[in-house]
Design a protein around this ligand. Structure first.
Ligand code: DAH
Length: 359
């Protein structure tokens, strides 16, 4: 059996094939079920054993050779196609990241990052909780019973239950304090974490919007006192406001979830209608705080005879307004590009305690 014609013909066609489809056509014509080489294989059965001894290996060798040539042809076509694609689809990795200069980081995100970086340095982790809460987490567990005036003072948004469902309604959380309870129940004591997030109250004017942002924080251990709270908050304010001479004033106050409770004011001035932090004769309230009420620890599954802790809560938007001199809270949520360009922050300047917060 002389196979040299077949070999020459098919190797030639393989060499000429300009794309994968033509290569496949050659493969079918030669090696497919009814291909020329396959038909020759079938003839082996009709041969004498002697003839078969030479024809068999020769046919197998041809089949292998053609298969290899087709595979090599496919590979080189793929290489050529890739090279062609790379010519048009190239990326200059030395270009500066231009798109990031078009967007900016919202002051709320910026301040959240700054605050997280500062408390991170102080050993606080970060927790988040749901924005739709049960009234137990939002009120009862925080020692705010059903008839407590705080429930109405907070202008709570209640969510309707389904028809015939008379369980207490869910609420849009009115503060981040319920995350205290979730954190305690989850991790137990000791604990040290902050909880930034959105909160909701039915209120709207220059300094109030129905959705705003708070930051909660707590530390629980065996020997935590008001002194630790004071140090921590002073440390925080010094780092956050980035001005010399920050001065705080702790004023006795009342919150259901802390005992004793203190509101913290920061020294400031209002010269020429402009608020300045760090000097002057005025005081501006910036946060609420205190020692966690024993009932609140209990609701969080923590034994108040063994553990104590401090907690604090502040408005993130308010911090942003104070630090960056932004007069109207409502503008925070208007999505006005001119406002965002003016008050926004460069996307690649991630605040860190060591690298600078707002630099
Ligand atoms: N939850 C309070 C509010 O929304 C803020 C607050 C005050 C939180 C004192 C605290 C705290 O953790 O100790 O007005």
């Amino acid at each position: 059996m002389d196979l040299s014609d077949l070999r020459g013909k098919y190797l030639g066609q393989i060499g000429d094939a300009a794309d994968e489809a033509s290569l496949e056509a050659v493969r079918v014509a030669a090696l497919g079920k009814k291909g020329e080489v396959s038909l020759k294989m079938r003839e082996l059965g009709k041969m004498t054993p002697e003839e078969r001894q030479t024809a068999g290996p020769a046919l197998n060798a041809l089949k292998d050779e053609l298969n290899n040539a087709i595979a090599a042809g496919k590979a080189s076509l793929a290489d050529a196609a890739l090279a062609e694609r790379l010519k048009t689809e190239w990326l200059d990795v030395t270009l500066s990241p231009r798109p990031t200069q078009q967007g900016s980081i919202h002051p709320v995100s910026q301040v959240t990052e700054e605050v997280t970086a500062i408390f991170g340095e102080l050993g606080f982790g970060v927790k988040e909780g749901p924005q739709i809460e049960t009234d137990w987490y939002n009120f009862d567990a925080l020692n705010i019973p059903a008839e407590h005036p705080t429930r109405t003072e907070m202008d709570t948004f209640y969510m309707k239950r389904g028809e015939g469902d008379d369980r207490p309604p869910h609420v849009l959380r009115t503060h981040t304090s319920p995350v205290q309870i979730r954190g305690m129940l989850n991790d137990g004591a000791p604990a040290r974490f902050i909880c930034p997030g959105r909160v909701y109250r039915a209120d709207y004017d220059q300094t109030h919007t129905p959705m705003f942002h708070q930051l909660e924080g707590l530390a629980i251990d065996k020997d935590i006192s008001m002194a630790n709270l004071k140090w921590c908050l002073e440390e925080f304010c010094r780092a956050f406001f980035e001005v010399e001479g920050i001065e705080l004033r702790f004023r006795a106050s009342h919150f259901p979830f802390t005992e004793p409770s203190a509101e913290v004011d920061i020294r400031c001035s209002w010269g020429g209608g402009q608020l300045k932090i760090g000097a002057g004769d005025d005081w501006m309230e910036i946060l609420g705080s205190g020692m966690i009420h024993p009932k609140v620890l209990q609701a969080g599954g923590i034994d108040p005879d063994q553990w104590q802790g401090f907690a604090f809560g502040m408005g993130i938007d308010r911090l942003a307004m104070l630090k960056y001199g932004i007069p109207d809270l409502r503008a925070f949520f208007d999505s006005d590009l001119r406002w965002l360009k003016h008050y926004g922050f460069a996307a690649l300047d991630v605040p860190t305690a060591h690298g600078g917060l707002s630099a």
